[in-house]
Design a protein around this ligand. Sequence first.
Ligand SMILES: Cc1cc2nc3c(=O)[nH]c(=O)nc-3n(C[C@H](O)[C@H](O)[C@H](O)COP(=O)(O)O)c2cc1C
Ligand code: SF4
Ligand code: SF4
Length: 436
Amino acid sequence: MADLSINLAGIKSPNPFWVASAPPSNTAYQCHRAFEAGWGGVVWKTIGDPIVNVSSRYSAIHSGTSRMVGFNNIELISDRSPETNFREIRDCKRAWPDRALVASLMTDTREHWHDYLKRSADAGADGVELNFGCPHGMCERGMGSAVGQNPEVIETIVSWVMEVAEIPVIVKLTPNITSIVHAARAARKGGANAISLINTINSITQVNLETFCPEPYVAGKSTHGGYCGPAVKPIALNMVHECAADPGVGIPISGIGGISNWRDAAEFIALGSTGVQVCTAIMHYGFRIVEDMIDGLSAYLDGKGMASVNELCGRAVHSINKWETLNLNYKRVASIDYDTCIGCNLCYIACEDGAHQAIDLVPSTGRGLGPGRLPGKPVPQINEEHCVGCNLCSIVCPVEACLTMVDRDTGKPPMSWQQYQERLANGEMAPIPAHP
Ligand SMILES: Cc1cc2nc3c(=O)[nH]c(=O)nc-3n(C[C@H](O)[C@H](O)[C@H](O)COP(=O)(O)O)c2cc1C
Ligand code: SF4
Ligand code: SF4
């Protein structure tokens, strides 16, 4: 069986699945429950000067029958005292010595950072995570994303922290920034041992058209919140990749954002994360989701003949390149499996109105009739000459593996945009004709 253990900048845990700093990591009670369920690590709910929260605090985007595909909150950091939080961290660490317990911190002055670092180490935390990410409430007080959006401030604060750090320091980055790489490089320059990303994304999920007030509703007003959950995974994956691929960053990554199952986690790891953190999926389904995550990742690694999670780490990083390096002579076209096609014609209308008019509706002439199809009803047929291989029809097709994309040999050697430009400049070829 594959070795699931990880070592993130000196913080060891028996598996790569950590609870992110958030409501599920608020108390010792929850931390014990998380470890009992099998989580490899917990990043404690951010500790700082205790705050006062508002009621209500959350809103969400649902899609069809899927609840909480995007989740928004206006909650702040811990509303419990640092004394209570550090005491409970000490108790949890004593009870679970083999798990990773990380104290998430947010404060302001150099003295306060030094104080919190010392108290975290004294409590037995395996590491600290500096929360430079909260997009609401704390940034108005000069903390959270107010720090994370300014690389110079990141570097300064990390360097203060590193003056006294006896345990590994992770810097948690905000996605509410033009380039995450600049923030990540600043964390590295300040001396951070690792980065974690992403925190939540600035958001307003919906406006009530009767009251003209968005949710979450607080006595007739609302405020922008932080977005997370499955909807943010693509944004998080891209940012993780940007950091993993940048030589100026070069420190381990803890991946966060929309992770709900082992497959999501494996994707983050393949794009360069050493381990992952989860919040929304736990708030939705509870701590026990980790059981399937452990089983699924383990079976996947075994199936791939990988002996450890480390072997997966970064495997996909180099397959993502600049657009101008892609092969212009590669061709893919849509292909329909008529045995499973249900004749809904969604592919036809999508291509007709939203793409390249490369699907014709033709009378069914004896080809297989999938479930629900009526004899004589027109069937979609791909016109390969017009198909540009955009993938749209295969994305809208509701039947798994019915409309797939297949390779077509163009007989031409690979040629990137860069090479095309060089050949044009050298007069080696004529411009590729524009589409009619
Ligand atoms: C209600 C709520 C409270 C959060 N509180 C914190 C916090 O105190 N500190 C922190 O670093 N991140 C906090 N986060 C952000 C999460 O740790 C995580 O970065 C984010 O939710 C993305 O992960 P997810 O898509 O798995 O939820 C909070 C998120 C939510 C939903
Ligand atoms: S891949 Fe795009 S262009 Fe080709 S048939 Fe499908 S929607 Fe049309
Ligand atoms: S969308 Fe899929 S199932 Fe529907 S007609 Fe097209 S190929 Fe058939």
